[in-house]
Design a protein around this ligand. Structure first.
Ligand code: PLP
Length: 405
């Protein structure tokens, strides 16, 4: 306690939370850039494409038509109808309006779902490498994240055996994120069904299917957990949003379908915290979900080209190890061989945090250390930046690897 400033005492629950490392690194990279350094930022999880014109127009028209007031807590009837259609069209999932909620990003839904269902002592199973925000959200509720670190040959995925070993009577959620951030791992229907079979003896376990990267798939096919395992519909929360699919991260609009009891609990929390998602973003999301979808395949092609180019360049370094991820827009690169090496400035690299710092200082490239995702020594780079920057950044990192002794 700061006795000179008793007013600065924060709630004890904050002790369990750490600021998102991805944001910390983006900020550091921005600061170096502001100081005049040429920094290529591969640390942030968003597309560089502009939000398509027809989606922007949807927002402008809505504003001009006076759609600038609070809406229903869980989103307008029009938006819910568009989300119901999307789930049917893309995932063959049937939801009624009472089973749908729209929120301020998928992030708010994930957080509220944990807040609504977790008590101290509850556990949430997730597989490393995981999205940085999950564990802190879980801890904020007083519950415990139980991270399963896959073996080298498991493709960054949970298996029925590793799931069975992690389940306890305290398990409340199984959190699945396919396509996965940061690994790009994609579960097949059969793999999801095999995981579901393990849950049969655990009736209190809910399944959160975070499908936010659904449309960024290069090889294989995306299948939502609810589609693969319809029998578990009353225990499945299917989460998605417009951020990654339509280049709309800043609009802050996510949505979910799930059992009515859970959706109404999420709406209750939302009613007392944020009232409703942004009305203008809701109109834009309708334009996104109901407008032309062919641009998604075009974007995927461009991203695949970037991925393949980045992989080819990074593999020139004997010190880096990277699998070809079938989905999402990240590479999760193993950097074990860099540890113990010394930088031109005389510093010995002891961890993937040191590696990320070295790349920032030596190569001017911002990446996120694997530690932030619960798996080390790795680093994650996002190739969702301009084509020429992807290539230049990878070349600079390979060169920086070669400058270590
Ligand atoms: N889930 C995963 C796996 C993510 O990577 C992100 C964003 O980086 C989100 C959810 C949050 O998305 P939104 O912008 O809809 O809040």
């Amino acid at each position: 306690m700061n006795s000179a400033h008793p007013e600065r005492k924060l709630a004890s629950r904050l002790a369990s939370v750490t600021p998102s490392v991805t944001l910390v690194i983006s900020q550091l990279a921005r600061r170096l850039a502001a100081e005049g350094r040429d920094i290529i930022n591969m640390s942030s999880g968003e597309l560089d494409f502009d939000t398509p014109q027809h989606i922007q127009d949807g927002a402008v028209v809505a504003m001009q038509a006076g759609q600038t007031r609070y809406t229903d807590v869980g989103g307008t009837a029009e938006l819910k109808a568009a989300i119901i259609k999307k789930f049917k069209r893309d995932n063959q999932l049937d939801y009624s309006a009472k089973q749908i909620i729209a929120s301020t990003g998928a992030k708010q839904i994930i957080f509220n779902a944990f807040l609504a269902t977790l008590d101290a002592g509850d556990e949430v199973i997730l597989n490393a490498p995981y999205w940085v925000s999950y564990p802190d959200m879980i801890r904020l509720t007083g519950a415990e994240p139980v991270a399963v670190v896959p073996a080298a040959d498991e493709g960054f995925k949970l298996t029925p055996a590793s799931l069975a070993a992690a389940l306890t009577p305290n398990t409340r959620w199984l959190l699945l994120n396919s396509p996965g951030n940061p690994s790009g791992a994609l579960y097949s229907a059969e793999e999801l069904q095999a995981l579901a079979a393990v849950l049969a003896d655990f009736p209190r376990v809910l399944v959160m299917s975070d499908d936010i990267y659904e449309h960024i798939v290069y090889e294989g096919q995306f299948v939502s957990f609810g589609t693969a395992v319809p029998a578990m519909a009353d225990r499945t929360l299917t989460i998605n949003g417009v951020s990654k699919t339509y280049a709309m991260t800043g609009w802050r609009l996510g949505f979910a379908g799930g059992p009515e009891w859970l959706i109404s609990a999420l709406a209750m929390l939302q009613s007392q915290s944020t009232s409703c998602p942004n009305a203008i973003a809701q109109a834009a999301a309708i334009a996104a979900l109901e407008g032309p979808q062919n641009l998604l395949a075009e974007w995927c092609d461009r991203l695949r080209t970037r991925r393949d180019s980045a992989l080819a360049i990074l593999r020139e370094s004997p010190d880096l190890w990277v699998e070809t991820p079938p989905s999402a827009f990240y590479l999760f690169v193993g950097c074990e061989k860099l540890l113990g090496k010394t930088t031109p400035a005389g510093k010995t690299l002891g961890s993937d945090l040191d590696v990320a710092e070295y790349f920032l200082e030596q190569a001017g490239v911002a990446v996120v250390p694997g530690t932030a995702f619960g798996m080390a020594p790795y680093f994650r780079l996002a190739y969702s930046i301009a084509d020429e920057d992807v290539d230049r950044a990878c070349e600079l990192m390979v060169k920086a690897c070669g400058e270590l002794v």
